[in-house]
Design a protein around this ligand. Structure first.
Ligand code: 7RM
Length: 511
């Protein structure tokens, strides 16, 4: 669905009749959609004839048709289509229905289904370090309680607030802080079908001015992009209505934090840097505005009821200011309950990775962090094979499998490279099948292939074609070396396990 109110209506309508929903971000390809429809056993799809993004029409219905025709017809029975772009699309008899036509015969009231607290509210797919995306399962009572409470605490809602979260409803931030959290608190929540783009860099500030937005919640990647294009743009607008600013999705560098506070907040708005994950359902670490003193770049302290620790691989607490794994020591209402269809993987990935005090009973989040002398938490980023492009989570394995599914590719290794604006960009190292020669056309074709397999958010920034990849004697690709090469840095550290060190020289020339 595009970012239109019907997306929200559809989610809430599902919740009302007790049908678990699974929102799929409109930027995913039909292949990615097909996988999710089949894995989630989706019987019904709600989509639109098209959506608008960066001056382009996204053909959502076409993607749904392709997903169904290429395999999801095993599960999908009916499709409901919202009219949005008015573009010509094909409708299949007895399978596809227009939303506005179905609506005509509906009553004004629909009796809500009474649910048990542990009944599923939704599944949301997210990337992990291995294999396919995981269907994160959230439940009716726990998730709603946590999104409700955290919204109330962190955004300190007042009756006349106009609240705007710029995320897409296809991500967990959109679920918890555009839909469930704000609405269960009676907030006025603003939804915007668009993203800042070169032709309209003032769009966000125009909306803040027009609707007198008082609480604004966005991602560091957006803030860094605004920073780069200069304060002249926001300075043209009246931003006086703003009283509270939030960030989510990635670590925010102190420079961007300060810019946000000065240029957007005019030094009078508290900044809440909120750390959480799809899996946690709602925010876990964040300052409470006006209560917790902030430090630029730190998400500060855990929320009430949340107990975190930073430990090493053996589960031992690390020293002050020393980096380690961020763990959560006690369950909380909004935590994911399982991975859809794979409870073993759930236990393995989240609860058994680290043993704490000899027991495997703590949640490991996948992030590295440190705690400073005042007990403040500084998130250092993912420690697993998950990269974050503009705050969108992608597993390196997912992109690698997309690349090797191309007939010319023998092997691939994908790494993240630091980027001033997007946080990270994707760099792929690829070796080709014997008879194939590398060319710039092939590189373009491979990029296109990844976009077809996963979606535009997974498009590699750079693809480096090489005869071979650096491997250990046991055959494992040494991603650490590739990360260093992608960053343009000198290779240091132990390379003694490398099978063939001449590979390095060749790669250095190519990168
Ligand atoms: C809400 C969301 C989760 C990953 C998480 C972190 C990173 C999120 C912050 C952050 C530093 C933050 N869900 N992350 N918030 N890193 N400071 N305030 O983004 O499932 O899509 O991603 O995002 O690495 O593990 S998510």
């Amino acid at each position: 669905m595009p970012m239109i109110p019907e997306a929200m209506f559809a989610m809430l309508a599902c919740a009302r009749i007790g049908a678990p929903h699974s929102v799929v971000f409109g930027g995913f390809s039909s292949e990615a959609l097909k996988d999710r429809l089949i894995d989630g056993n989706a019987r019904f799809v709600i989509t639109a004839d098209g959506g608008f993004r960066k001056d382009k029409v996204i053909e959502l219905k076409k993607a749904v048709d392709a997903a169904i025709e290429s395999g999801a017809n095993k599960v999908v029975e009916k499709v409901v289509v919202v009219q949005r772009s008015q573009k010509n699309i094909s409708m299949v008899d007895d399978r596809d229905f227009w939303w506005h036509e179905l609506l005509k015969d509906q009553k004004d009231h629909c009796e809500p289904e009474i649910m048990n607290s542990e009944d599923r509210l939704f599944i949301l797919y997210t990337s992990g370090s291995t294999g396919k995306p995981k269907g994160v399962v959230h439940t009716t009572a726990g998730y709603n309680l946590w999104s409700h409470l955290t919204f109330k605490w962190i955004f300190d809602l007042k009756d006349d607030d106009i609240y705007w979260c710029t995320a897409d409803v296809g991500w967990i931030t959109g679920h918890s802080y555009i839909v469930y959290g704000p609405l269960s608190n009676g907030a006025t929540t603003l939804m915007y079908e668009g993203v800042p783009r070169p032709s309209n860099l003032g769009a966000f500030w125009e909306i803040v001015q027009k609707y007198k937005v008082s609480i604004f919640y966005t991602a560091p990647t957006a803030i860094r992009a605004f920073m780069k294009s200069g304060r002249e743009i926001p300075d043209k607008y009246n931003l006086e209505s703003l009283r509270l600013l939030g960030t989510v999705g990635e670590p925010i560098n102190p420079e961007a934090w300060m810019w946000y506070k000065d240029v957007i907040g005019k030094d009078k708005c508290p900044i809440v840097d909120t750390w959480w994950q799809t899996e946690t359902g709602g925010v876990m670490i964040s300052p409470l505005p006006g209560v917790v003193a902030t430090k630029p770049g730190s998400a500060t302290l855990p929320l009430p009821g949340i107990e975190v620790e930073i430990v090493d691989k053996n589960g031992d607490k690390v020293k002050e200011n020393e980096g380690g794994y961020l763990i959560i020591k006690k369950p909380w209402p909004g935590m994911m309950r399982t991975i859809h269809g794979n409870s073993e993987r759930y236990l393995e990935s989240y609860w058994e990775y680290i043993s704490f005090k000899g027991e495997k009973n703590v949640y490991f989040a996948g992030d590295g962090a440190r705690i400073d002398e005042d007990g403040y938490i500084w998130i250092m980023g993912r420690v697993d094979d998950v990269i974050s492009v503009s705050g969108h989570r992608l597993g390196t394995m997912e992109i690698e499998s997309a690349l090797v599914s191309h007939k010319s590719v023998a092997e691939s290794a994908v790494v993240g490279k630091k980027d001033d604006i997007k946080g990270e960009v994707i760099v792929a190292f690829v070796s080709l099948e014997k008879e194939v020669n590398g060319s710039s056309e092939l590189v373009e074709d491979l990029k296109k292939h990844v976009v077809n397999e996963i979606g535009i958010i997974a498009k590699p920034e750079k693809i480096i074609i090489s005869d071979s990849l650096p491997k250990t004697r046991s055959g494992k690709i040494m991603r650490r070396i590739l990360r260093t090469l992608a960053a343009g840095e000198k290779i240091s550290g132990d390379i003694s396990t490398l099978e063939d060190s001449s590979v390095l020289e060749k790669l250095k020339e190519l990168s």
